[in-house]
Structures are given as structure tokens and as C-alpha cells.
Design a protein. Sequence first.
Length: 108
Amino acid sequence: MALFLALLLAATPCKTNPELAGACFTVHGRMRAYNGNPTYRIWRIGTNRLLGVTGVHPGENPIMPEGLACGFDCDVFADFEVCPFAKEQPGVMQRVCIESAKNVSVKK
């Protein structure tokens, strides 16, 4: 039963995921791959905040649209619709999934 639940949650899209900790929101930012966990992080342009793109639990594969990530040699700038898996806390990277991205620009 636990395996079935894990598979179900992994297949659940971002916006309708039952594990969300709050409402989805849009951020203008830059997504980049980093060494460490989570690998993909979004810098909210104009702030010092990073959002960590994850699965439901830390260390799981990130939930994001297919083809959005471009690896360690480029940056993805976009208006990301993200949904939080954790509440925002000062000094802590907030874990999110990505529902969609608009105005996408890839810089190498």
C-alpha cells in the first residue's frame, strides 16, 4: 500500500498535489542547476531568496514541466507558476514544484 501511495504521489501533477502547503503563486526568476540538494533552484529576481524545486519530499525528483530544465550549463529565466510543499520561513529555502512557465528564455 505504501508503494502504491508513493507512486500515486509521484505521478500527481504539481498544482493538484495533495501535499501542498499553500496556494500556488507566480514568480519572475532564474532557474539554475546547482550541485547539492535540491539540484534545481529558482532565484526570485530582485530578492535574496531561493526556491528549491523538489518532489513531495526532499531528495525526490523535482516536479516540473518536461523539458524545462536545461542542466548545469545554462539558466532558465521565466515567470514560473510554483506551488509550495513548505511554508515560507526566513532564512530557509522554500520547497516548491513548478506547474508552468511563461515567457521562457534560456541563456547559456
